[in-house]
Design a protein around this ligand. Structure first.
Ligand code: GUN
Ligand code: ZN
Length: 437
């Protein structure tokens, strides 16, 4: 049993006001990694008098964060500011991605990357992989050892990047099939077919991706879309017969309820309508969109069309692994949009960082909130009493204000412990022990 302040969004606050549930002195009873009961601490204590409780008072227990778009090979290129997408790829990012041809380099980067996720309280992630199959074997091995829920795949491209990052449709299919056979469905791992973006993928390569996707019903598909105006112009010229950017994926059969497309900063109404109809989700990455100057995300249009939206950090174009910061930036962007924006309160941010991600990835039956029957995937945020966040939290007038203070001021430094399916996958070094009560 875990005793703490609990907050989660089993419902969708964009549809139902009051969808966030809060238990100020709450408890979760966890059996074999699954939440067996939840409620006020004193109620659960009465029902289960013998079960020891881990005392997590003084902080807040949230569902583990779900990052729907983050690049494994880009940890070391975080922090390059001031470039638009295509320059940032050419000058900052693709040279580093080429270095993952060396499997031992890739192994080190994989560990750095997975540490970034766990230390920030992310328990489930849809991860853009490396172009190299051996680098993906290293990654999946490390991901399995981390205990995280990871959906990832080899990135494929056959034009306009750097020659060492290019493959062919035949090679992409053969390597993808091998990786799926070795890793898909192993423990908490799943495979995502991952064409980098239409700009760097021929129609033949997109068809090879469709053939991979047909290998199993629970494979995912992820890519980028409508991020930057120059990128969109190049794609328009490359696919002369396509109606728009989405159509380049649609014609290959890649737009389904298993698809998560990152960015979509500049969508047409037709694209939004098709995405909503297919149940294709959008990974909104507001830190990345601001850092690369890609634009201001039209969240209102996505919601009005009925498109599923969740958050992604987009490391390394984004500004780090913190889903708290991503939530804050999402709220800033909507404020800047004025009347075209959507006011995001703490409940919206929590939903976007947890349950919405689980829905986008099709894992909401397992994770994303604290409903009994779900896995105990959780992050315990415990601000330092002496810091500004600690002060604000102590004086907050409501749990909602505590949560918005966590999104505003919280960081990796406030992540004390993280669990996946009841297994502790992270404990901050040097933090006090938590004694059973
Ligand atoms: N489009 C194609 N590749 C990338 C990438 O690595 N990052 C971002 N933000 N957009 C992309
Ligand atoms: Zn990306």
């Amino acid at each position: 049993m875990y005793r703490s302040t609990l907050m989660h969004t089993p419902g969708n606050p964009f549809l139902t006001p009051g969808a966030m549930q809060v238990e100020e002195d709450g408890a979760l009873l966890v059996t074999d990694g699954v939440i067996a009961a939840s409620g006020p601490y004193h109620t659960l204590r009465g029902s289960y008098p013998e079960v020891p409780a881990v005392d997590l008072r003084g902080g807040v227990l949230l569902p583990g964060f779900v990052d729907t778009h983050v690049h494994y090979p880009q940890v070391r290129v975080l922090g390059a500011l001031g470039m638009p997408l295509l320059d940032w790829l050419d000058h900052n990012t693709l040279p580093e991605e080429g270095r993952l041809a060396d499997a031992s380099y890739a192994r080190t980067v994989a560990h750095e990357f997975l540490h970034g996720l766990t230390a920030n309280g992310t328990t489930t992630a849809l991860v853009f992989g490396s172009h190299f199959a051996p680098a993906m074997d290293e990654f999946f091995g490390a991901a399995q050892a981390s205990g995280l829920r990871i959906i990832a795949g080899q990135v494929v491209s056959d034009r306009l990047l750097r020659p060492e990052l290019h493959t062919t449709p035949e090679q992409a299919y053969a390597e993808g099939r091998g990786l799926i056979g070795r890793w898909h469905g192993q423990g908490r791992l799943r495979y995502a077919v991952t064409p980098r973006f239409s700009l760097s993928a021929s129609e033949g390569l997109l068809e090879a991706c469709a053939a991979l996707l047909a290998l199993a019903p629970d494979l995912a598909l992820t890519s980028h879309i409508n991020e930057n105006s120059r990128e969109i112009d190049v794609v328009r010229n490359l696919f002369a017969g396509a109606r728009d950017y989405l159509d380049t994926y649609e014609r290959a059969g890649l737009v389904t309820s298993r698809s998560v497309l990152a960015h979509n900063v500049h969508p047409s109404d037709r694209e939004l309508e098709v995405m909503a109809g297919c149940g294709c989700a959008v990974a909104h990455c507001p830190c990345s969109n601001s850092a690369l100057g890609s634009g201001l995300f039209p969240l209102r249009r996505h919601l009005q069309a009925g498109v599923q939206v969740a958050l992604g950090t987009d490391v390394g174009a984004g500004s780090g692994f913190s889903m708290l910061k991503e939530g804050l930036q999402a709220s800033f962007v909507q404020q800047v949009l004025g009347e075209q924006g959507v006011t995001l309160g703490a409940a919206h941010l929590l939903y976007l960082a947890t349950r919405a991600g689980a829905e986008a990835l099709g894992v909401e039956a397992i994770t994303g909130d604290f409903t009994p029957g779900k896995a105990f995937d959780a992050v315990y945020l415990r601000p330092d009493d002496a810091g500004t966040l600690g002060t604000v939290v102590r004086h907050a007038e409501s749990p909602e204000r505590v949560l918005s203070a966590l999104f505003t001021l919280g960081s990796q430094a406030d992540v004390a412990r993280v669990w996946v399916a009841g297994d502790e996958v992270y404990a901050a070094p040097g933090r006090p022990r938590f004694n059973p009560v």
